[in-house]
Design a protein around this ligand. Structure first.
Ligand code: SAM
Length: 215
């Protein structure tokens, strides 16, 4: 309900294109994910609140690369429009950048209202964000990923725990209490053979496994 939504009005007042901006602000205040000079990959970025926040945090020497199915126009943000599951999108990101310091994913499926279905779709998107980490994230880099809570979350967190030095589940104040969304904060990516080795190794592994389909 916009009528009583404090963050909706605050976003308008501060010039953010979405109230979601405050979720990233609050996450960053607590976990120090994005710093000056960083290169940030923002997945599911439209309309662009997170990109605006990331842009401010990285400053003039950093970069923000945003990806979404829907359009986005934020000054100083590089944009790749398309489906995160497509190899074409991966290639277009790669044409812009080899590796990134941080991946933030606020990707969400179209809500069906059936919570088990929405949870499953959200886990697919979160899983894809994790794949993007294996492709693009620097050793020691960080990731923030949204999920709709449900029974598959525990296994996902367990997987992330093997790939990152620190993993925390956190719901910022700006996230509506009645929403099942929450955020998984992952710090210090550990790049090793199990989670893809180098970017080149990962591509090879994917081909060997025949896991090259475009959804
Ligand atoms: C909650 S919105 C993101 C809000 C954004 N973080 C902000 O601050 O304005 C979720 C976004 O995920 C995007 N999305 C969902 N599935 C996607 C996919 N397969 N590839 C790319 N983007 C996707 C949607 O288009 C939508 O814009």
């Amino acid at each position: 309900m916009k009528k009583n939504d404090y963050y909706y009005f605050l976003a308008k007042k501060k010039g953010y294109v979405s109230r979601a901006a405050f979720k990233l602000i609050q996450i960053n205040e607590r976990f120090y994910i994005i710093k000056r000079g960083y290169v940030v990959l923002d997945l599911g970025a439209s309309p662009g609140g997170w990109s605006q926040v990331a842009r401010k945090l990285v400053g003039d020497h950093g970069r923000v690369i945003a990806v979404d199915l829907n359009p986005l126009r934020i000054r100083g943000v590089e944009f790749v429009r398309g489906d995160i599951f497509s190899d074409d999108v991966v290639n277009r990101i790669r044409a812009l950048v080899n590796e990134v310091d941080v991946i933030i994913s606020d990707m969400a499926p179209k809500i069906s209202g059936v919570s088990s279905w929405d949870h499953a779709r959200s886990m697919e998107l979160a899983g894809r964000a994790e794949e993007m980490a294996r492709i693009f994230l620097k050793e020691g880099g960080h990731m923030v990923v949204k999920v709709f809570q449900g029974d598959m979350m525990r296994g996902f967190v367990r997987k992330l725990n093997k790939e990152f030095d620190l993993v925390k589940v956190h719901k910022p104040k700006a996230s509506k209490p009645n929403s099942s969304e929450t955020y998984i904060i992952c710090k210090r990516f550990i790049r090793n053979d199990e989670n893809g080795g180098s970017v080149g190794d990962y591509e090879l592994k994917r081909k060997e496994e025949g896991n090259n389909k475009v959804k």
